[in-house]
Design a protein around this ligand. Structure first.
Ligand code: TYM
Length: 338
């Protein structure tokens, strides 16, 4: 709980590393954020500092950060109900990150699987130290706001375990300082899989298997209609033996809030053509209004920037007491913000 309100506090973040978020982000995280803003003291962050751990073009990054902010509003986050902001506008994230880096073991950071995957793809010489310390900046994001919970998809679990470990370690070494956050995962949608390779999670790095929120209708239709299925032609939910078909059913279930049983009986005696066509229609029913709203919001970039600046001010105010406390605990002079 936070002192300013009796509501429990949550924090979550999303990277502006593509031109658009995708339906995995929407169903695994964003949709939950929209619900939680009603009941929680909520902070949502476009993590542009995380985005520079891989190569970024400055103009593209600036644009993607603004478009990401617009997408967060378009999916239903309301700046009157929650705090939405860009990470780089709140210096305390990097300041706390440095302190936490000095509490993290080199071996501990080396065990992070996302770092191992990304650095093995890029090669040692092309992987930055920022990529290595990425999870510690993520821990700082969360701990700075004394969040009780962090709503995320399944792929974030290891980073959140590190966050919890760092909070507990700091508390036992320097005295109670941080809330130890809970991981909030919506099990059923926590891992939407790739349409072309259902053994992998849906990700922006595999565009043909990924439906972006801002995809044109034709593009989304093509991707869903060419989704990998199987050869037995029965529409049945079986993640192990029929992962592609199960993923399409899971998308319909999640979006329309229906049950797998009713979908299976609806498709009894019908083929994959119908399943794909109707999955596309269901997906379109959520992405089309988001795209329309994003395009409207982007007609007034000054207003978006103003909302972003206001969000950053609220975030700075909320972050300051924690940073002051941490600096005091660690033995730095008073008044750290200067
Ligand atoms: P990012 O930008 O990769 O993803 C944002 C959110 O979307 C979820 N997600 C998915 N959920 C279900 N199925 C999928 N295929 C899928 N793909 C992505 C992610 O789990 C995430 O919740 N490291 C974070 C950003 C971050 C952060 C934080 C998150 C930085 N600081 C503090 C929470 C708290 C990331 O790269 O998310």
């Amino acid at each position: 709980m936070t002192s300013s309100s009796q509501k429990p506090r949550i924090f979550s973040g999303i990277q502006p590393t593509a031109d658009s978020f995708h339906i995995g982000n929407l169903l695994g995280a964003l949709r939950e954020w929209v619900k939680l803003q009603e009941t929680h003291d909520s902070f949502f962050c476009v993590v542009d500092q995380h985005a520079i751990t891989i190569d970024q073009d400055p103009e593209i990054l600036r644009k993607r950060t603004l478009v990401s902010f617009a997408q967060l509003l378009a999916v239903g986050l309301d700046p009157k109900k929650c705090t939405v902001f860009a990470q780089s506008q709140v210096a305390a994230h990097s300041q706390l990150s440095w302190v936490l880096q000095c509490q993290t073991g080199f071996g501990e950071a080396s065990r992070m699987t996302q770092f191992k995957d990304k650095s093995s793809k890029a090669g040692n010489d092309r992987s930055t130290v920022g990529l290595f310390t990425y999870p510690i900046l993520q821990a700082a994001d969360i701990l700075l706001y004394q969040a009780n919970g962090v709503p995320v998809g399944e792929d974030q679990r290891q980073h959140l375990e590190l966050t919890r470990d760092l909070a507990q370690r700091f508390n036992s070494k320097f005295g109670e300082t941080f809330v130890v956050p809970e991981v909030l995962v919506v099990k059923e949608t926590s891992r939407i899989v790739d349409l072309q390779d259902p053994s992998a999670k849906m990700s922006k790095s595999s565009p043909s298997g990924c439906v972006f929120l801002l995809d044109e209708n034709k593009t989304a239709e093509k991707k869903i209609k060419s989704a990998v299925t199987d050869s037995d032609a029965v529409v049945r939910f079986d993640e192990l033996n029929k992962p592609g078909v199960s993923n399409l059913l899971a998308l319909q279930k999640a979006i329309n809030n229906t049950s797998i049983e009713s979908l299976e009986s609806e498709y009894s005696g019908r083929g994959y053509g119908d399943l794909k066509k109707e999955t596309f229609e269901v997906v379109l029913s959520v992405i089309e209004p988001i795209r329309t709203r994003v395009n409207q919001l982007l007609t007034d970039p000054a207003e978006l920037e103003s909302l972003m600046n206001k969000g950053a001010q609220k975030a700075r105010d909320a972050a300051e007491p924690t940073l002051n406390l941490v600096y005091d605990r660690i033995g730095f002079p008073a008044n750290p913000q200067g």
